[in-house]
Design a protein around this ligand. Structure first.
Ligand SMILES: C[S@@+](CC[C@H](N)C(=O)[O-])C[C@H]1O[C@@H](n2cnc3c(N)ncnc32)[C@H](O)[C@@H]1O
Length: 271
């Protein structure tokens, strides 16, 4: 394993925080443990050469590898089920009553390999049923990593990641592939999700404001200041009465967040 000097460590910490929000200030060991093989594989003999290269070229593929090595893309279908129950029982009935133009705007921010937005798409399909055709229910799904977005768009999953889905959904919303134990997402669920690359540090300039933003298990990498600033941008991009859903192991700063607290991991903008 290579070692990293304090100076190179600080350069990398500053670069990652400024550009991607990711706080590595307590992660010196993780960096050497997880990145030494990448540094060697790129043909560099030291972290100094690697950090110079990353900062000068900012090659998207190399940045992708760096982020993927230092964060986790872990996710699964129907993760943190209470949010999907709340979507079905409270949020969608409210939207169905109030959205006269029948256009919904739901964002999965930090969608990883697609399980979260595809779960949202399945919940929408279940909820609207035969009325779905009258509604525009497309879900925007974004991540900074091209690699996970590639997996999301391929939409092929192992049986294991489907096991939290309600009974019958695997049959209804997936097709078996030729490979035993592998499934692909049904076309009507897949086509309802639009994947885009988006760095959450960038200004939010999507066409519509959002009725619901899922940003779960993403801000765990950000320090408080970065998180507060992102939550403020989310707030400005949320419709009145719209929701922000975060991971259940996370919390927003109750004193400073402009959203109202509804229940654990669930926040709402005033109507
Ligand atoms: C653990 S996954 C969360 C997946 C899903 N939301 C869930 O809760 O299961 C975290 C994702 O955040 C993404 N991410 C980290 N920093 C990001 C940034 N600055 N902009 C956009 N996505 C980011 C990572 O690439 C990763 O795919």
């Amino acid at each position: 394993m290579l070692s990293i000097s304090n100076q190179d460590f600080q350069r990398l910490v500053t670069f990652m925080k400024k550009n991607y929000g990711i706080d590595l200030s307590q992660k010196q060991q993780l960096i050497t443990g997880r990145l030494s093989s990448t540094v060697n594989a790129k043909g560099f003999s030291s972290f100094t050469e690697y950090v110079d290269y990353i900062m000068q070229t900012r090659d998207p593929g190399d940045i992708d590898t760096l982020i993927n090595k230092l964060t986790t893309n872990y996710t699964f279908f129907m993760r943190e089920k209470t949010h999907f129950d709340y979507l079905r029982d409270t949020i969608l009935p409210w939207l169905e009553q109030t959205k006269k133009n029948k256009v919904l705007s739901i964002w999965s921010a930090g969608c990883s390999s697609g399980e979260e937005p595809y779960t949202i798409s399945m919940v929408l399909k279940e909820y609207f049923g035969t009325k779905a055709g009258a509604w525009d229910t497309r879900v925007l799904a974004t991540d900074i990593s091209q690699e996970v977005l590639g997996t999301a768009q391929a939409a092929i999953y192992e049986e294991e990641s489907l096991k939290e889905l309600p009974k019958g959904w695997a049959q209804k919303y997936f097709r078996k592939t030729k490979v035993p134990g592998q499934y692909t997402v049904a076309p009507e669920i897949k086509s309802n999700v639009i994947f885009r690359t988006f760095n959450l540090m960038d200004p939010i300039k999507f066409r519509l404001k959002f009725d619901v933003i899922f940003c779960r298990n993403v801000m765990i990498y950000f320090d408080q200041e970065t998180k507060d600033a992102l939550v403020k941008r989310y707030y400005d991009a949320t419709v009145p009465g719209g929701y922000l859903l975060i991971g259940h192991s996370e919390g927003l700063n109750k004193a400073t967040t402009p959203y109202d607290y509804i229940m654990p991991a669930t926040y709402r903008k005033q109507v």
